[in-house]
Design a binder for this molecule. Structure first.
Ligand code: F6P
Length: 532
């Protein structure tokens, strides 16, 4: 089905000058209509720019695009990644044990359960000291090597759930710059370090270079016998991992997209460092969001409403960026995770059938944890000429020691200020009240004016727990999926990343040859000459 944008465009034109703050009086049911509880999260989308008519038009768009039927195809394991002929079945990874998922008709749940059980058994053995390194010492550190989806998800999980003084230290290496590896290895002892190499394809240049460096580091500090116990592979290509030197591998299938893979063995390092129970609880939180996504009607469906708010901003009101501010130090990596999840999934220029898109697709997604972002780019969000929708992820209790003032109060203040703003008359009166003379008040009032009417969504959780983290990440995954359905794009391939990879190899060949090839453009040739 193809979305019918007619009513959407009409409503967007009609709403262009509407003031958000006025909509609460115009529609007394607004807060109730545009807020909901789902899987331990509370969402408030009532500060979005839509009027009630705009909101209804967005729901009409979702219905016309066939979101419900597409959702069924996702969960039924059909080949919705059409350019690669693959199913997209990350929900199968987090379903309760004994599920009945099929990928392209093939049953997968028994294998998923078996890998989960294997991971739990291995993690328990490492944690208890039953599984040791080559010299008989227990593992006290893990170096997780991977990039993109093989890095960002586990990093979010570790930062969000790690104890202050972990029994097993977990460090991540993604960058091919040797400095990254050098920092990760500093202070570690090969005898007590486990290296986990994570790569779906086991062909990624950065990961293989880092894995070779880690192998050399292990070889320099350990006897050959038993050294392979320090070097584990996680991959959808176990034969390649074994050929590379991984004696033990944990596998996942090609129907797990890289940026949707944190629910699989890709999180093995976290399963070991946090414990299998924590991982299972996170899976359960994500499964609760899956259940909500599948069962809730579209107008009460958290991922659907989040997707519609984004499409309203991007396609209805021409706002091609969105900022995400988690008000919890534990969620500091969320913006980086979302950048890949959203921009690699939905940064697309052609429809599923290959024809060019006629609407905008994924916005630029950026962010920093609150309140740090407030002291950096929020100036632009409040007073810049472009409107940048904001998303606040707010946690009631971020830490056992209560802060001086609750962090969430800052998020509420930001959302309110963005929506309400401050008129020049108000700014003028405040200046006079603060003792400025009339000339100074005249001079400064426009600088202290806030246009307001800037939209935001607020997502609330009581605490960052494995369950709420799982639900939050699954919420974003499904939001992404719904957007892809409405935009009629394939959210599950990433051809845009490929060209850079191919050209990097060609340029490396020129570097080795010591001169730019004739095929290079003058600028790139000049840079190569300057750098080589
Ligand atoms: O950046 C492109 C990409 O293909 C991502 O989609 C993927 O998560 C990442 O590279 C790493 O790939 P792999 O897990 O195969 O090493």
């Amino acid at each position: 089905m193809t979305a019918d944008w007619t009513a959407f465009d009409h409503a967007a034109r009609a709403d262009a000058d509407a003031r958000i703050v006025d909509q609460f009086a115009a529609d007394p049911g607004r807060l109730e209509r545009m807020s909901l509880e789902a899987a331990g999260l509370f969402l408030d989308l009532s500060k979005q720019s839509w009027t009630r008519a705009g909101f209804e038009a967005c729901l009409g768009l979702a219905h016309s695009a066939g979101v419900e039927a597409a959702r069924a195809r996702l969960f039924d394991g059909e080949a919705i990644n059409s350019t690669e002929g693959r199913a997209v079945l990350h929900p199968a990874l987090r379903a309760a044990k004994g599920g009945a998922f099929h990928a392209l008709g093939e049953p997968v749940s028994a294998e998923v359960d078996a890998v989960r059980a294997d991971m739990a058994a291995y993690a328990t053995a490492v944690r208890s000291g039953a599984e040791t390194g080559a010299t008989g010492k227990a593992f006290t550190a893990i170096v997780h090597i991977g990039i993109g989806g093989s890095d960002l998800g586990p990093r979010v999980v570790w930062d969000a759930l790690r104890p202050l003084e972990p029994a097993i230290d977990l460090r991540f290496v993604a960058n091919i710059d040797p400095r990254d590896m050098a920092e990760a290895l500093t202070g570690l002892d090969p005898e007590t370090t486990l290296v986990v190499v994570v790569s779906k394809t086991f062909t990624t240049q950065e990961t293989l270079a880092n894995a070779r460096a880690a192998q050399a580091w292990l070889a320099a500090g350990l006897p050959e016998a038993g050294r392979d116990k320090h070097f584990i592979g996680v991959t959808a290509a176990p034969d390649k991992a074994v050929a590379f030197g991984c004696a033990r591998t944990f596998a996942f299938r090609d129907w797990v997209g890289g940026r949707y893979s944190l629910w699989s063995a890709v999180s093995l390092s976290c399963v070991i460092a946090l414990g299998p129970d924590v991982f299972e609880a996170m899976l359960a939180g994500a499964a609760a969001m899956d259940d909500h996504f599948v069962a809730a009607p579209l107008d009460r469906n958290a991922p659907v409403l989040m997707a519609l708010a984004q499409i309203w901003n991007v396609d209805g009101l021409n706002r091609p960026a969105r900022t995400v501010a988690p008000y919890a130090h534990a969620l500091r990596r969320l913006p980086a995770f979302l950048q890949q999840l959203e921009m690699e999934s939905n940064g697309k220029r052609v429809h599923r059938d290959g024809s060019p898109v006629t609407r905008q697709t994924c916005p630029v997604v950026f962010g920093e944890p609150g309140t740090n972002g407030q002291h950096a780019f929020f100036q632009q969000i409040h007073q810049g000429p472009q409107v940048v929708p904001a998303e606040f992820v707010v946690v009631k209790a971020t830490h056992d020691a209560a802060p001086e003032s609750p962090l969430w109060s800052n998020a509420l203040a930001q959302g309110q200020a963005l929506m309400v703003g401050k008129t020049t008359d108000q700014a003028h009166a405040e200046l006079l009240a603060a003792g400025a003379d009339a000339a100074e008040a005249d001079r400064l009032a426009s600088h202290k004016t806030f246009p307001g009417n800037r939209p935001s969504t607020t997502i609330v959780m009581d605490r960052v727990t494995p369950e709420t983290l799982g639900a939050l990440l699954a919420l974003y995954e499904h939001k992404n999926f719904v957007e892809g359905v409405i935009w009629d794009i394939n959210s599950f391939d990433q051809w845009g990343v490929e060209l850079g990879k191919v050209l990097a190899k060609a340029i490396l060949a020129d570097v080795t040859a010591g001169a730019p090839s004739a095929a290079l453009d003058p600028s790139t040739a000049g840079l190569l000459t300057r750098l080589a």
